[in-house]
Design a protein around this ligand. Structure first.
Ligand SMILES: CC(=O)N[C@H]1[C@@H](OP(=O)(O)OP(=O)(O)OC[C@H]2O[C@@H](n3ccc(=O)[nH]c3=O)[C@H](O)[C@@H]2O)O[C@H](CO)[C@@H](O)[C@@H]1O
Ligand SMILES: C=C(OP(=O)(O)O)C(=O)O
Length: 418
């Protein structure tokens, strides 16, 4: 099994090119199933989750071609409506084929995703939303079996709580429903806006994406088209935190600063000087040690849970005490145990972690437990004395494109070993 070895090596400096967003490309690739002609997606990041999604689409019968950072999906040959357990268990976002398959073909069978390291992550809100559009849904033998006679019917639906995935699944389904769908308490994440833009490029009629009220005027068919995936705000944030922790100075290019207010505010609060020029974000720490920051995760536009672990790593070596509240996932402190192995001072009480900054971390063998936990361990390794060896890095490859190459180019000492 591969591992990553990081050795503390001083401030990061230079430019890093940001890739397309994992959390945008996955729903967008699923959305191509709704079209009745090939769809080309540009700025596709090279990630394990993208490979899994391509396998899932191919398993359904779609044609998938990958050239450079473009992927073309031809949904005309889809002849299966079943998403098997083997794929869904490795990537929860597979459940996002449910809405498109149901809306386009009138039936879908998708394996129930099950829990994962960060929480139980049920899909009841996806199911209720699709039922509101007239779907019949049974959950049996570990599968969600959905069907509808004729077309789905537009409806007024209020999500009980904000869910990114449920908003995406129901939004995709509503594009081909008969009549108007109004979704209230919808998630407002930039990736939802990007999905809606892609759907619009294929002929969907959607207003309000990026607000809590999305209105979809159903159409009979979606045609082919092209769309470029939005920049990954979590990858961007991860590199900026790395620079801040090392007292460095970097520029993230091809980024979308307008999607990152909460994260950039916290970086400024930690002492970073941030300047923005269109799609470039420059962070300069002027060699200073960061100040500790308090974080409370919540749906967009508040602070993203996917940046919580990275900011915890920053607080570990910051000046002062940072209090971190995780309100989205019930078990998203798995990195704490590993950060403690590096010499951090963290106390967890329920959903709250109190992090007292220490002067120095020391390298040690650690284990990655989920995607962003892996990132936080790399960040901690960048400022630790000696070697940090991170095991189970397959989590990392789900969501970061060539992270060790990008960090090396900024001056980090990091390598992958077998
Ligand atoms: C591929 C993708 O885009 N993943 C992101 C997506 O995950 P995902 O779409 O799974 O996250 P959700 O927004 O749905 O989850 C938010 C909360 O709602 C709960 N919930 C969700 C659905 C449901 O049917 N019932 C229910 O109770 C979840 O357990 C969680 O506590 O948004 C999360 C929250 O920003 C991010 O951390 C993930 O990186
Ligand atoms: C939790 C994450 O992803 P997923 O929903 O794909 O597990 C993440 O990107 O941090």
């Amino acid at each position: 099994m591969q591992k990553i070895v990081v050795t503390g090596n001083g401030p990061l400096r230079g430019e890093v090119r940001i890739s397309g967003a994992k959390n945008a490309v996955l729903p967008i690739l699923c959305a191509t199933l709704l079209a009745d002609a090939p769809v080309r997606i540009d700025n596709v990041p090279h990630l394990h989750d993208v490979v899994t999604t391509a396998k899932l689409l191919q398993g359904l019968g779609a044609g998938v071609e990958h050239a450079g950072d473009a992927m073309t999906v031809d949904p005309r040959s889809v002849d299966s409506h079943v998403a098997p357990y083997e794929l869904v268990k490795t990537m929860r976002a597979s459940v996002l084929v449910l809405g498109p398959l149901l809306a386009k073909f009138g039936d879908a069978e998708v394996s129930l995703p099950g829990g994962c390291a960060i929480g139980s992550r049920p899909v009841d809100l996806h199911i209720k939303g699709l039922q509101a559009l007239g779907a019949r849904i049974d959950v049996e033998h570990g599968f969600i079996k959905a069907s509808v006679k004729g077309r789905l019917q537009g409806a007024h639906h209020v999500f009980e709580m904000v869910s990114v995935g449920a908003t995406e699944n129901v939004l995709m389904a509503a594009t081909l429903a008969e009549g108007t769908t109004v979704l209230e308490n919808a998630a407002m994440e930039p990736e939802i806006v990007d999905l809606a833009e892609c759907l619009r490029a294929l002929g969907a009629r959607i207003e309000g994406a990026g607000t809590p009220r999305i209105v979809v005027e159903g159409v009979e068919r979606l045609h082919g088209g092209t769309h470029a995936v939005i920049a990954d705000r979590i990858e961007t944030g991860t590199f900026l935190v790395a620079a801040a922790m090392t007292g460095g100075s970097i520029v993230a290019t091809h980024a979308r600063p307008d999607t990152m207010d909460a994260v950039l505010d916290k970086l400024r609060e930690s002492g970073a000087e941030i300047s923005i020029d269109r799609d470039r974000i420059a962070l300069d720490m002027h060699g200073r040690r960061p100040r500790a920051v308090n974080i409370t995760t919540a749906p967009h536009p508040a602070f993203p849970t996917d940046m919580q672990a990275q900011f915890m790593a920053l607080d570990c070596i910051a000046d002062g005490v940072g209090v971190i509240n995780e309100t989205i996932f019930e078990n998203r402190f798995m990195h704490v145990q590993e950060l403690l192995r590096l010499g951090a001072d963290i106390r967890v009480d329920g959903h709250t972690a109190v992090v007292r900054g220490v002067d120095k971390l020391g390298g040690a063998p650690v284990m990655a437990t989920d995607l962003r936990a892996s990132a936080s361990l790399i960040l901690a390794g960048l400022v630790a004395d000696g070697e940090t060896v991170i095991d189970r890095i397959y989590h990392l490859d789900r969501g970061y494109e060539r992270i060790e190459a990008k960090l090396s180019a900024l001056g980090a000492r990091i390598r992958r070993i077998d």
